[in-house]
Design a protein around this ligand. Structure first.
Ligand SMILES: NC(=O)c1ccc[n+]([C@@H]2O[C@H](COP(=O)([O-])OP(=O)(O)OC[C@H]3O[C@@H](n4cnc5c(N)ncnc54)[C@H](O)[C@@H]3O)[C@@H](O)[C@H]2O)c1
Length: 293
């Protein structure tokens, strides 16, 4: 897709972070934006900011854990702007887990699986039939994470599990559209190359009442990228970060080339991916610092 003028782009989790930046990157190129999110305050803000830039947009409440909510978002998008050309299954949360996974509350697992995994499954169910039926060049973009898809960071077992599953779903979706000779292109978006400065580390702000934390002992103590920077500094490490606008630009450039991998890495990450592959080929026992995060 070379020209985004008048195209309709739906973005879940578009009120903050990567999704918000995608909305502006595409809106500034003439696309019509539909955002689905659950964070009312951030939704109001993004709505006002898009309007201030003259970007045509609808910002609606949509909980990706509920298929019906995504069906309604798709209906709303079509009603406002017509057929959907770009779907970004982007909403995601960090469960904030730490410590031994056998001590985690089921609610931590449920919340993260509901949003990160079922959110993607529901997005596919609600939007793919519409993109397929349109029979025009369209894109279905799923936001994954190198943490789970490419590497296994040792401290976030729940998040990693969801993103590993999300990646296999994304790759299979890509194979299925190819097998069906469909006009939908599937892409895997990996925010990076460094930790992206977003609200992900403060996901508790949108944690549903029914799945509030009910156990102690799994508090990571990290609620923002600044917390991470501080913690890294204690170990003498200067944590580098990426602005979400950079991720959005990388994604848009990749979409213009119909790329599957919307992935920017560092030399360090590349080395870890190579080491991990070699570890598998050589049946070497994993060592987290060498092949994980
Ligand atoms: N920040 C990073 O370093 C990083 C790295 C790799 C992958 N990611 C992924 O990027 C995606 C976007 O996250 P972000 O980093 O921009 O964080 P963010 O918190 O800034 O944005 C996520 C958005 O999702 C929304 N959301 C949460 N639960 C929802 C639900 N049930 N229904 C609808 N919306 C919901 C939030 O309200 C928020 O607006 C996520 O899938 C995340 O896993 C982020």
């Amino acid at each position: 897709m070379q020209d985004f003028t008048d195209k309709v782009a739906v973005i879940t989790g578009g009120a903050s972070g990567v999704g918000r930046s995608l909305a502006f990157a595409l809106g500034r190129r003439g696309a019509q934006i539909v955002i689905g999110d659950v964070d009312s305050a951030a939704m109001e803000q993004v709505s006002a900011d898009l309007e201030a830039e003259g970007i045509r947009a609808v910002v609606a409440h949509c909980d990706v854990t509920q298929l019906e909510s995504l069906n309604s978002l798709a209906d709303e998008a079509e009603k406002a702007f017509g057929a959907i050309h770009l779907m970004f299954a982007n909403a995601g949360i960090g469960a904030g887990e730490s410590g031994a996974m056998w001590d985690y509350s089921d609610k931590d697992w449920q919340w993260c699986l509901n949003v990160n995994l079922w959110g993607v499954i529901n997005s596919i169910k609600a939007f793919m039939p519409r993109l397929v039926a349109l029979d025009e060049p369209t894109h279905f973009v799923i936001t994954g994470s190198g943490n789970g898809a490419l590497l296994v960071y040792p401290d976030q077992p729940i998040y990693t599990a969801t993103k590993a599953a999300v990646h296999t779903i994304t790759e299979n979706l890509h194979y299925q559209v190819q097998a069906g000779n469909l006009k939908v292109k599937v892409s895997a978006l990996f925010p990076g190359p460094h930790i992206v400065d977003t609200g992900l580390f403060n996901s508790g702000r949108v944690r549903p009442e029914a799945l509030q934390k009910d156990s102690k002992g799994n508090e990571s103590g990290i609620n923002s990228v600044d917390d991470m920077k501080r913690m890294a500094a204690e170990y003498g490490i200067e944590l580098q970060t990426t602005h979400p606008d950079e991720v959005a630009e990388m994604a848009v450039e990749g979409l213009m080339q119909d790329a599957f991998w919307l992935l920017k890495t560092t030399a360090e990450t590349d080395a870890k991916i190579r080491a991990r592959t070699e570890m598998i080929m050589n049946r070497t026992t994993p060592v987290p610092d060498q092949v994980g995060g």
